[in-house]
Design a protein around this ligand. Structure first.
Ligand SMILES: [Zn+2]
Length: 90
């Protein structure tokens, strides 16, 4: 068993609002080797990832695309994001 504090909660910074929140409450967005950007429901996909929180303001398509583009250094079209999948993530 790895040593771990029982109260340790992994935190991540939202790419949109820059708030630090528990990783489990966030959606991971990953950039694939082909430059495509996709939601990573498992949180374990290969590639450079960033996180988006559950705040509805951060799920607004244009803000989302802008933030992800900045975080992952890849062009993102708002309409290309699988927003339904993001919304479905608890
Ligand atoms: Zn946010």
């Amino acid at each position: 068993m790895p040593k771990r504090k029982p109260d340790h909660v992994p935190m991540r910074t939202c790419a949109i609002c820059r708030q630090v929140r528990p990783k489990r409450s966030m959606t991971r967005i990953v950039r694939g080797s082909d430059g495509s950007v996709a939601v990573d429901p498992t949180g374990k996909a290969q590639g450079r990832g960033t996180y988006v929180c559950n705040d509805p303001a951060c799920r607004e398509p244009v803000r989302l695309a802008t933030g992800i583009q900045r975080a992952l250094s890849v062009p993102v079209k708002a309409e290309a994001l699988e927003l339904e999948e993001i919304h479905a993530t608890p």
